[in-house]
Design a protein around this ligand. Sequence first.
Ligand SMILES: Cc1cc2nc3c(=O)[nH]c(=O)nc-3n(C[C@H](O)[C@H](O)[C@H](O)COP(=O)(O)OP(=O)(O)OC[C@H]3O[C@@H](n4cnc5c(N)ncnc54)[C@H](O)[C@@H]3O)c2cc1C
Length: 346
Amino acid sequence: MKGEMEMTEDVVIVGAGIAGLATAVALKRVGVRALVLERSQGLRSTGAAITLQPNAWLALDALGVSHKLTPIYAPLFKRYVTNVSTGDVQQSLFTGKGPRTVHRKALLEALADELPTDSIRFSSKLAAIESQEQGGGASTAVVHLEDGTVIKSKVLIGCDGLHSVVARWLGLAEPVYSGRSAVRGLARFPQGHGFKQEVQRFEDVGKRAAFVPLNERELYWFFVCEVAGDAMHPMTPDLGQGGGSSLEDAVVLGRHIGNSVIRNGALMVPGDMAKAIDDYVKERRWRAAWLVTGSYISGWKQQGGAKWWMMFLRDGVFYKYVFGWIAGLVDYNCGNLPAVSSGKED
Ligand SMILES: Cc1cc2nc3c(=O)[nH]c(=O)nc-3n(C[C@H](O)[C@H](O)[C@H](O)COP(=O)(O)OP(=O)(O)OC[C@H]3O[C@@H](n4cnc5c(N)ncnc54)[C@H](O)[C@@H]3O)c2cc1C
């Protein structure tokens, strides 16, 4: 029963989005149970679909989840970028395995299905956090939910998205408005849409649109214009990497916590857990910084102005020299999870 309860948990994850669920799966794989708190009544599938690049699929491999999605969603093999003003069309082939676009709901369900049913607590909005000293350098996070429930947790992981309560509590600054906003949706064609597994993108000054097949009857489309993962490293959607990098985060955090469990035979050895989290931050810091920067530059250039120097920068410099490097950020392997004896798993 919820409301006015007091509970104790080893690990609490706030947010049952891509990051929160993937982190819970990674921890389960290394023998650590986590309670996921989600403010909504069920899994949120806002945003319709998401394109997952090779780095995300490698992370999903490590989480043992990719095999549920790859038979349903075919890889994309080509991208067309049309400059709406000039009519110029640039083509590029996706090398290697290529990205795949999946329904957000299918991704969340594939992750959630890996977890014991009682490990996600819906209608559980985090309202406040306080820290309680336990002596010997250890402290406990005391989590207050809106319904009055109080949960004491040895480890608290914030995956509560862009306006993260956990990130603010840790002292991270509010995200800065990028000046771009997007509308996304699905278009359904009962008789089939007839498009190949290709991305079609259209760019103009201050606006950009794209569509991509999800399957033979559904297209995922979005429109980005100049007006607007995220708790740790919010980024613009221009590289399609917010979700993918959340999956990477989950695997890397799971690896460091799993290695700590293997070294110590238990989850909570205060000094070692602090080191595991510190090592995770060190490993992710530059990767996240490159992705945030690459996403922003990518969006800025794609929608840049009509002035000659902007067009020169975009068509003469960006697409020829910079885009390849930025696009290469998706060919990244975040590694695997350590093998922990199955006796410890739920
Ligand atoms: C237009 C657009 C297109 C994008 N396209 C792509 C793409 O193609 N590929 C890609 O990889 N990424 C893409 N992204 C980025 C991606 O959607 C995000 O990076 C990703 O969803 C972040 O996941 P998350 O779990 O960190 O946060 P979220 O998905 O925001 O999940 C956070 C969860 O926490 C819950 N929550 C929040 N506050 C609380 C609270 N106080 N208490 C309890 N629960 C709480 C929320 O209800 C939510 O379920 C796109 C983003 C946009 C805007």
